[in-house]
Design a protein around this ligand. Structure first.
Ligand code: 5GP
Ligand code: ZN
Length: 120
């Protein structure tokens, strides 16, 4: 999709160093990190989110996550990491190409602390 920023990164039209790449996915750093290590696992196939994912795409995504999990220590995530995938307006999804946020590099908040109206 020519108007999709992640498709353009995958195609090499927008430069973005890849920490990992195979035939199914890329892993890049988020441009606006929310943790010391904030990566994006992006399947190469364009689809908007997990609610619009086919069974085949789900199988591919599961394989990508397994691949990532095996590599995580090498990305400085041996202490652990959190994965998030935003879907839709309430989750503030901004890029409509499915991606998995991977956050770590320090001890993260014990609660998810995602609602601006909830006490910390
Ligand atoms: P969403 O809000 O859709 O779950 O997440 C989109 C993420 O993509 C955001 O965290 C944002 O910082 C990141 N992002 C947007 N544009 C770019 C870009 O051009 N390069 C990189 N590396 N990350 C981007
Ligand atoms: Zn795309």
């Amino acid at each position: 999709m020519s108007d999709c920023i992640f498709c353009r990164i995958i195609a090499g039209e927008i430069p973005s160093p890849r920490l990992y790449e195979d035939e199914k996915m890329i892993v890049i750093r988020d441009i606006n990190p929310q943790a010391p290590m904030h990566l994006l696992l992006i399947p190469k196939e364009h689809y908007p989110n997990i609610a619009e994912m086919t069974a085949k795409q789900a199988t591919t995504l599961a394989r990508c996550l397994r691949t990532f999990a095996k590599l995580a220590d090498g990305f400085g995530l041996s202490g652990g990491f959190r994965i998030i995938s935003n879907k839709g307006a309430d989750a503030c999804q901004t890029v409509n190409h499915l991606h998995i946020h991977i956050l770590g590099g320090e001890k993260l908040s014990e609660n998810m602390n995602c609602s601006p109206d909830l006490p910390i």
